[in-house]
Design a binder for this molecule. Structure first.
Ligand SMILES: CC(C)(COP(=O)(O)OP(=O)(O)OC[C@H]1O[C@@H](n2cnc3c(N)ncnc32)[C@H](O)[C@@H]1OP(=O)(O)O)[C@@H](O)C(=O)NCCC(=O)NCCS
Length: 197
């Protein structure tokens, strides 16, 4: 989604510090789920070592999925973009990947993320699933996990996002998860999605 800014954690800072208070640590957001077709899928926070998998995932997306995710063709995926996507500052953002095992090793099949809109308790989200995995329930599980992480880790009150108004899959998913769907005031090509947490 165009407006989602991914925050980069400087490499020198090392691992995420343990969180204080009642906030669960990032590692607690790892989940194992099974799709209706029996496929085992891991949902977990993204990490810097996912850079190669994230690049392969984005480069493998169809032009339509790229367009729907980034609101543009995004022909070249720069190293800086991959770093921003994988070196997440979990104090201000969340990013969960869906992975599964194949005979060739573990692959990324989806990713959902939000950043906290500064000064609010609202997360702005984006999600994308590999084309050959569409329609299997990956996004539904990822988005529900993202909503739970927003509630528990950042105490968010709402998730918001934008989608192209002809994106029937995303609008169907939003409807299935009880998001409200409104025309975006600043851009008629878009709908604004919102879900209280
Ligand atoms: C939108 C997207 C994330 C959905 O991923 P997905 O894994 O195929 O979605 P799911 O299989 O989990 O479907 C979840 C629900 O969405 C709805 N849905 C899915 N496909 C649909 C379609 N073609 N028409 C209407 N509703 C649909 C259904 O309610 C579905 O639930 P159900 O399977 O129980 O009926 C995926 O199509 C995608 O990656 N698109 C490109 C990127 C994008 O559009 N991102 C959104 C803007 S950031």
């Amino acid at each position: 989604m165009r407006t989602v800014r991914d925050t980069v954690r400087p490499r020198t800072k090392g691992k995420t510090k343990p969180r204080s208070g009642r906030k669960p640590g990032i590692a607690s957001f790892r989940r194992y789920v099974r799709l209706a077709d029996g496929t085992k899928v891991t949902l977990r926070p993204i990490r810097p070592s996912d850079a190669a998998a994230e690049r392969a995932f984005i480069e493998h997306l169809s032009p339509q999925s790229r367009y729907q995710r980034f609101f543009g063709p995004m022909q070249e995926v720069s190293d800086a973009a991959i770093a921003a996507f994988t070196q997440v500052d979990f104090s201000r953002a969340m990013a969960l990947v869906a992975t599964t095992k194949t005979p060739d090793g573990e692959i990324q099949i989806g990713v959902a993320r939000y950043h906290i809109v500064p000064g609010t308790r609202c997360g702005e989200f984006a999600i994308v699933v590999a084309d050959e995995w569409h329609g299997k329930g990956v996004a539904r599980r990822l988005l529900k996990a993202l909503m739970a992480a927003g509630r528990k880790h950042h105490r968010l009150k709402a998730l918001v996002g934008e989608a192209l108004s002809d994106n029937v899959r995303m609008i169907g998913l939003a409807r299935a998860l009880d998001f409200t769907i409104d025309t975006a005031p600043q851009d008629a090509r878009l709908v604004r999605l919102r879900r209280k947490l």
